[in-house]
Design a protein around this ligand. Structure first.
Ligand code: ATP
Ligand code: MG
Ligand code: MG
Ligand code: MG
Length: 466
């Protein structure tokens, strides 16, 4: 019988506790670090320690950290392994043990605790990190054909242009070792899934770009809980694990459909709902409220995507609090604040949903008319897209998504021009009508921040984390 998600989380933490790591609770999704919008990795709460700004309370720690990565939003439901919300299991060394030990424990955990067959594991190292290569080959015994050297983009970590940095090594699960070792392509996600990333923080980079060895070398790691669950539960993707699937089943039931019998497009919608609902529940539990700026805007966008995908699969009325209830049941034993904040969570979701449903209905009617008058394979005008945005709360991507379904594109430049014009107008209007600071700030927020977020290019990720 395979391990549940909860058992995987426990086994990870207990394993590192047995190696004298202090188990620490997950930090909030709202990071203390002002340069990052949301907690995107297990290391984030420890960043001041790694940067040498704070002394650690323990030399070794292990956590299961709630994370949200909006840069992966386009992948949600489309790859088997990407979420906005996920849990990152991690073990950390603050100037204590280093590379050889971290590798040995990652191997012991993977093969002795999670019982992954060694022949199903392929690893990557940074191309210049001969030391890591040697450890994998000689101490662990992995055949060199299954140790892949990768470039700086994937296998070198830094927190910024200067400061601590170092090479990474990743563990991948090979679903098809029978395909042989000759042509291993770790980018091929039908065969491989990255599940564990080890960062060896060993250098300091100065302003001239020179690397000098750090006095205190650190270890920072991350294992995706949902990914390990997929592997161990032998399901085709993270979404069908016990961590998420019950949410999908609740949504499917409300829609009167059965996940297993639906087409690919419906499955994607169900997965988006299953993913985003976890995000929004935990965001509100951690004190975020919907707004038009920053985190609040991320929350609003995620809620709106849930509502929109609910409609795509045939749900007509309000449903988000029901799916949220399933998400809450799944996580309350580990994250008690989810039940403690039940009223806030459900109230916020319900308010946002009903408001959005109203505008959505009116906007959808308008968009249908626009689509009907737009010739196939052409673009919806920027002015129309802007009206949908400005009056009906349709984010540009929503219009693009719907347009795409109809074989149309959207004139993004025209959209931006219309937006700019509107800003000029509202600026002029505010000078004469609303002279209060708050009034103009609100307007600015409404009109500027949403577009900054539109590309999902994740400006909040200042550097590749792990
Ligand atoms: P990938 O290459 O698959 O996008 P990554 O290299 O961006 O993953 P890391 O930044 O190394 O991921 O994060 C450490 C671990 O966290 C990964 O090995 C993976 O198990 C997990 N992880 C990362 N991003 C996600 C995500 N969007 N959803 C679920 N798990 C994730
Ligand atoms: Mg990634
Ligand atoms: Mg990767
Ligand atoms: Mg990685």
């Amino acid at each position: 019988k395979s391990l549940t998600g909860a058992q995987i989380r426990d086994k990870f933490l207990q394993f590192y506790a047995s190696k004298h790591h202090q188990i620490l609770p997950s930090a909030s999704l709202v990071p203390e670090d002002p340069t990052v919008l949301l907690t995107i990795a297990g290391m984030l709460p420890f960043k001041p320690i790694f940067l040498g700004q704070k002394n650690p309370d323990y030399p070794r720690a292990t956590t299961s950290q709630k994370c949200i990565r909006t840069n992966d939003i386009e992948n949600v439901g489309r790859t088997a392994r990407h979420h906005t919300f996920f849990e990152m299991l991690g073990n950390f060394s603050f100037g204590d043990y280093f590379k050889e030990q971290a590798i040995a424990w990652s191997w012991e955990l993977s093969t002795q605790v999670f019982n992954l067959p060694p022949e199903n594991i392929v690893v990557s190292v940074f191309e210049e990190d001969d030391e890591a290569f040697q450890i994998w080959q000689n101490s662990i015994g992995i055949p060199p054909q299954r140790i892949k050297r990768m470039g700086e983009k994937d296998n070198f970590w830094k927190a910024g242009p200067t400061g601590p940095c170092g090479p990474c090594s990743e563990l991948y699960y090979d679903f098809h070792p029978e395909l042989g070792e000759e042509n291993i392509d770790l980018e091929d996600d039908s065969r491989f899934i990255e599940f564990y990333n080890l960062v060896f923080m060993q250098y300091n980079r100065d302003a001239e770009g020179n690397l000098t060895p750090l006095q205190n070398k650190n270890i920072d790691t991350g294992m995706g809980l949902e990914r390990m669950a997929q592997i161990l539960q032998q399901v085709p993707n993270n979404y069908e694990t016990d961590l998420i699937f019950p949410i999908i089943e609740t949504a499917a039931k409300i829609a009167g459909i059965n996940y297993k019998n639906t087409d690919e497009k419906t499955k994607v919608s169900l997965k988006v709902i299953g993913d985003h609902v976890r995000s929004v529940v935990h965001m509100i539990a951690d004190g975020i409220t919907a707004s038009n700026t920053d985190r609040g805007y991320v929350l609003r966008r995620l809620i709106r995507r849930v509502v929109r995908h609910g409609r795509l699969i045939g749900i007509e009325g309000e449903f988000i609090t029901q799916v949220a209830e399933t998400a809450m049941q799944l996580s309350e034993s580990v994250y008690p604040n989810v039940r403690e904040r039940e009223t806030a969570i459900k109230g916020e979701l319900q308010r946002e949903e009903s408001r959005f449903l109203e505008t959505l209905e009116r906007g959808e009617k308008l968009l249908a008319e626009i689509i009907a008058k737009t010739p196939k394979n052409t673009a919806i005008s920027g002015v129309d897209a802007f009206t949908l945005y400005d009056t009906y709360g349709f984010p540009l991507e929503l219009t693009q998504e719907i347009a795409e379904e109809q074989g149309l594109t959207v004139d993004v430049e025209g959209f931006e021009a219309a937006m700019k014009e509107q800003q000029e107008r509202s600026k002029a209007a505010h000078e004469t009508i609303d002279l209060t600071v708050q009034g103009s700030l609100d307007k600015l927020a409404e009109h500027i921040h949403p577009t900054e977020f539109l590309g999902y290019s994740s400006p909040q990720i200042i550097a590749k984390v792990q």
